[in-house]
Design a protein. Structure first.
Length: 382
């Protein structure tokens, strides 16, 4: 079978977990004997990777990226559409091309990595005093929620099947688009983002060197991902509880310089790694890190949390709706009372004692071989 995957994110152009999801999915489908084409950003070349043919298109690296992507990729997609049997889109990636897909009578499977709740969370949880951490560009992005709502509505209208990456995403989509209730109920599947368990377990051969209390934050450095809260929780831990503790931050984003200056000003033991290769990051996490601080305001299916758990590292989050699906208090981490820096700091210290073998066991259900095979069944039984 010939499959076309449409995504504006694909390594090495990485904005979030969607890029790695599509990378793993494309390779998986190719390994099962399917001909896989990927149209993605950003570039102007055609390459091959492990049986996957990758077409890159250039577009502005500004919001809304999925719209810029769909407008710039129309010609490539029109040239490929008659060569394929099925189109897999990541919700929002077919803004200008859904009619082309349906006109050519191709089955369309749309993957929802979240909902507009990811944008609305900003308005739900922001404090006025925190606006100083938000750039004008970021505020403009959050104000685009109505446009994203329209994009998602079109996706639901034209897609044949919907893949929801978590049960809470399914519930949100159902609640937001009630006019499509019957179609959503009849054609939706909850399939988690698959992680590479084999790769992650390979680090177990390495010797752990956890002589210090080291926390980690993994993700983009912008407000709704919760990095501000991670800094404040760590500051409390270092100053009041464990004075030689360290916080290692993996990722880039608008708050990078703020964190750098703040940690220098208040003499915080914070290491900024920036964006580094994932295998290198996994090695650091497994060898040295005790707890993942993950106070994100919204996640679809949280790659960083699940991968940390797969390495035996507990995670501490806010007690928000999305986290109920992924964090079991006292088992693979803790959910802290939202906005209580004291509570999340205490939970981070407490999480250190959780059993790493139990934590790893929980993540087996997220193995990409398990999750991607569910999607493969939908594709092959079209």
């Amino acid at each position: 079978m010939k499959i076309l995957i449409l995504t504006h994110e694909y390594p090495p152009y990485v904005f979030g977990g969607v890029a790695y999801y599509n990378f793993e999915l494309a390779r998986f489908l190719a390994s099962r004997g399917h001909k896989v084409y990927v149209v993605c950003g950003r570039g102007v070349d055609i390459t091959k990777d492990n049986g996957v043919v990758i077409y890159r298109t250039n577009f502005p690296d500004i919001p809304i990226r999925s719209i810029w992507y769909s407008l710039s990729s129309i010609d490539i997609i029109m040239n490929l559409i008659n060569k394929v049997d099925i189109v897999i889109s990541n919700a929002g990636s077919i803004y200008a091309i859904h009619k082309i897909i349906k006109k050519n009578r191709k089955k369309l499977i749309s993957i929802f990595h979240g909902s507009i709740e990811s944008l609305l969370s900003f308005f739900k949880y922001i404090k006025i005093s925190h606006l100083k951490f938000i750039s004008v560009g970021d505020i403009g992005y959050y104000l685009m929620a109505p446009l994203y709502d329209r994009i998602y509505r079109n996706e639901i209208k034209y897609a044949d099947n919907y893949i929801m990456v978590a049960h809470h995403v399914f519930s949100e989509i159902l609640q937001l688009y009630k006019e499509f209730e019957n179609k959503i109920l009849s054609n939706s599947y909850v399939i988690y983002t698959g992680i590479n368990i084999d790769q992650l377990t390979s680090y177990f051969r390495e010797q752990r060197r956890r002589n210090k209390y080291i926390l980690a934050y993994v993700g983009r450095l912008y407000y709704t991902k919760g990095v501000y809260y991670a800094i404040k929780a760590f500051e409390l831990i270092q100053n009041n509880y464990i004075n030689d503790a360290e916080l290692w931050i993996f990722g880039n984003g608008p708050l990078f310089n703020y964190i750098k200056n703040y940690s220098k000003k208040y003499k915080l033991r914070i290491k900024l790694f920036g964006f580094i290769p994932r295998d290198q990051m996994y090695n650091y996490l497994y060898k040295y890190v005790n707890v993942l601080l993950f106070p994100s305001l919204y996640e679809g299916s949280p790659y960083a949390l699940i991968e940390a758990n797969a390495l035996g590292i507990p995670a501490v989050t806010w007690d928000l709706p999305w986290a109920h699906e992924f964090v079991i208090n006292g088992v693979n981490g803790y959910r802290a009372k939202f906005n209580s820096i004291e509570d999340i700091a205490q939970k981070a210290i407490k999480a250190h004692s959780l059993n790493s073998n139990t934590i790893r066991e929980i993540t087996k259900k997220y193995d990409k071989k398990v999750q991607f095979n569910k999607l493969l069944n939908i594709i092959e039984n079209k």
